[in-house]
Write a protein that binds this ligand. Structure first.
Ligand code: GUN
Length: 293
């Protein structure tokens, strides 16, 4: 069994990005600029956005954080989105999700100029992803591809089960694993809460990508010998031994599953650090206008 060290890969990629940024700046080019909008004080979102700002520093990017209280109106938020769309200094920006219930997430996502949508959530980027055109790919699936690639994990012709069908992980992940590319070319099955034979599907899988947000859902009996298991889960569970009072728990029962795997990602330190680095890669692409002019 080999542990996939997302933390180490992420650190290496950040160095690669930082080196490229210094080259760009030395040649008289523009330092990439990522802006983030954070609404309210959700603990998870606060942490994610703080980590994104920190990662920008490590990559040599400029970053801007725009904060609103949870009672901000949809109109006010949409006005800010439009302002960022028009701001030539901002190469890319994100609106951290989830948003308070009185604001339509879909409306906000669709208001973002797709050329600055470094999250890859806009329907134009989603559509382009699905037909194999250059686009911003959403961060978690892209980070997983990077791990599969850097660990030389064969995906062509393999049976891949994706657990979960969310717009930001499950669906784009399934699309990427089935595309004509490397990594890709897999036979993909997507399972979700209504799937009848989920356990059997997992038992037959060469690669399992678990993104359902249910701690310890994937147990030892569900995984075949030699499988590759990618754990996207990051549920906060209370833990009195931690300073924060909680720990992150994956979707995979690691102790049972790991001994059967050829490769597995730990939680934390697996997919998580790669997600943020994928956003940094998209921001670099945005700064270079590599995908859209
Ligand atoms: N909330 C959970 N994941 C993400 C993400 O990748 N981007 C944004 N904007 N919000 C999120």
């Amino acid at each position: 069994m080999e542990l996939i060290d997302g933390k180490a890969v992420a650190a290496q990629i950040k160095q690669e990005i930082a080196a490229e940024v210094e080259q760009i700046v030395a040649a008289g080019g523009k330092r990439p600029h990522l802006a983030a909008i954070l609404v309210g004080h959700d603990g998870g979102s606060e942490t994610y956005v703080a980590n994104k700002v920190k990662a920008c520093e490590a990559c040599g990017f400029k970053s801007s954080l725009i904060r609103y209280e949870a009672d901000v109106t949809e109109e006010e938020l949409l006005n800010k989105v439009e302002e960022l769309n028009q701001d030539a200094d901002v190469d890319g920006f994100i609106v951290q999700l989830p948003l308070p219930k009185h604001i339509s997430e879909q409306k906000v996502i669709e208001a973002i100029d797709y050329r600055k949508d470094v999250d890859g959530f806009h329907p134009i980027n989603v559509g382009r992803l699905n037909i194999g055109l250059p686009c911003y790919v959403s961060a978690t699936p892209n980070g997983i591809l990077e791990l599969l690639s850097r660990y030389h994990i064969e995906t062509s012709g393999k049976k891949c089960v994706v657990l979960g069908r969310s717009n930001i992980v499950g669906k784009p992940m399934a699309s990427l694993m089935m595309r004509k590319a490397t990594p890709g070319d897999a036979t993909v099955t997507v399972c979700h809460s209504h799937s009848k034979d989920l356990v059997k599907e997992c038992q037959e899988a060469d690669i399992i990508i678990a993104a359902i947000g249910r701690p310890n859902f994937v147990t030892g009996d569900m995984v075949k010998e030699g499988a590759v298991v990618i754990d996207v889960g990051t549920t906060r569970v209370p833990d009195a031994t931690k300073k924060s009072g909680f720990r992150l728990n994956g979707d995979v029962k690691f102790d049972e599953v790991a001994p059967k795997c050829s490769f597995i990602t730990p939680v934390p330190g697996g997919v998580g650090p790669m997600t943020i680095v994928s956003l940094m890669k998209n921001t670099l692409l945005a700064g270079k206008k590599a995908i859209y002019k």
